[in-house]
Design a protein around this ligand. Structure first.
Ligand SMILES: NC(=O)C1=CN([C@@H]2O[C@H](COP(=O)(O)OP(=O)(O)OC[C@H]3O[C@@H](n4cnc5c(N)ncnc54)[C@H](OP(=O)(O)O)[C@@H]3O)[C@@H](O)[C@H]2O)C=CC1
Ligand SMILES: Cc1cn([C@H]2C[C@H](O)[C@@H](COP(=O)(O)OP(=O)(O)O[C@H]3O[C@@H](C)C(=O)[C@@H](O)[C@H]3O)O2)c(=O)[nH]c1=O
Ligand SMILES: [Mg+2]
Length: 300
């Protein structure tokens, strides 16, 4: 049998947590030729820049990891958020549909209102809780409407060794302060970006092999396994890093922010586990791994 040419994969947002986590794993996938683009090479704020960039390209897969993720700032930058998180994704999905490329797009727990009491399944009715969540909900709908062959993976509380995230904020604040107030009445599951990157790469590998296929757009939920509040998460970060900082549990009403956050954002991962047999590690195991990697880069 003739050797197949590697499939071309565009990965946006390589400067961010997820994009970078995919980049560090890319050499494990020789069946793919990856093109990684950051904000400067591929600016989702400019529709013309997107179409100019894509005009002469022949990607087989697009992993869209770029997004406007500043949740509080989003409340006052509505048109930029809509452009980057919604209209640009619509454009990518329409390009994918026209060029028979497969799109993998990432959405969020913030498309739900957080008032449910059982882990959200993919078919649960959406009701975005804030401006960022609404822009992600609009992009989900745009991906579906484009009729592109696509997967939307909703995830939550993403952290990694790279970029900005709750873990790195806690490591910094925990070393500066003796005491820190952290919300305990918002519960969900953290997601190590490395685990999500593995799941996405597994998905496109299985698609490439013909093991996984479907019509139109399919939704999945992916986060780490188990459940915690932000307070529990902070406590675990301090314990696993030997940081002496007294975390105090506080209620949402005592931590006012421009954007509303959900009280409950647990995602049910049964569908992705059963469809793709992906690994869904327990949140504390992945946290320990990420903290060890961070230690190694700081001291190694
Ligand atoms: N972080 C989280 O907790 C969660 C994230 N998600 C989703 O997961 C995906 C990955 O998130 P994550 O890696 O954490 O996000 P990051 O904020 O770490 O990375 C986002 C990337 O998008 C880039 N970006 C922002 N604006 C533009 C733009 N106008 N044009 C091109 N690139 C741009 C950023 O570049 P620069 O830094 O230069 O601005 C950054 O590299 C996103 O879709 C996000 O919405 C879902 C749930 C939770
Ligand atoms: C820094 C800090 C935060 N908090 C609270 C505020 C908030 O409710 C929670 C987490 O803070 P963050 O700023 O990380 O929250 P936020 O940026 O809203 O995190 C979200 O980002 C987007 C992109 C998503 O898609 C979501 O899944 C989620 O991860 O912790 C404290 O209680 N004490 C503190 O000292
Ligand atoms: Mg944030």
């Amino acid at each position: 049998m003739p050797k197949q040419e590697p499939k071309q994969v565009l990965v946006t947002g390589v400067g961010g947590q997820l994009g970078h986590s995919i980049q560090v794993r890319a050499n494990q996938y020789p069946q793919f030729d990856f093109v990684f683009v950051d904000h400067t090479e591929f600016d989702l704020a400019y529709p013309n820049a997107i179409s100019t960039y894509l005009a002469d390209k022949a990607f087989d897969y697009i992993l869209n990891c770029a997004a406007y993720t500043a949740v509080d700032k989003a409340e006052s930058e509505l048109s930029l958020v809509d452009q980057v998180n919604h209209l640009a994704v619509k454009q990518l999905a329409e390009w994918a549909q026209k060029n028979t490329a497969y799109l993998v797009h990432i959405s969020t727990d913030y498309v739900f209102d957080g008032c449910h009491y059982q882990p959200y399944t993919e078919s649960h009715p959406t009701d975005a809780i804030n401006a960022y969540g609404l822009s992600k909900l609009n992009n989900e709908n745009a991906v579906v409407a484009s009729l592109a062959n696509a997967t939307v993976i909703r995830t939550s509380w993403v952290y990694s060794e790279y970029g900005n995230n709750f873990v790195k904020t806690m490591l910094r604040l925990g070393s500066e302060r003796d005491q820190l107030n952290v919300i305990f009445d918002q519960i969900g599951s953290p997601t190590y970006a490395g685990d999500l990157a593995d799941a996405m790469l597994t998905l496109i590998s299985q698609h490439h092999q013909g093991i996984y296929s479907h019509e139109g757009c399919e939704f999945f939920h992916y986060s780490n396994e188990g459940v915690c509040s932000w307070y529990d998460f902070a406590k675990a970060i301090f314990e696993l890093s030997d940081i002496v900082c007294d975390a105090q549990p506080i209620e949402t009403k005592d931590y006012p922010t421009p954007a509303k956050r959900p009280h409950f954002s647990l995602l049910n991962k049964a569908k992705i586990r059963e469809s793709l047999h992906v690994n869904v590690p327990y949140w504390k195991d992945s946290l320990a791994l990420c903290l060890a990697n961070l230690q190694e880069t700081t001291h190694g």
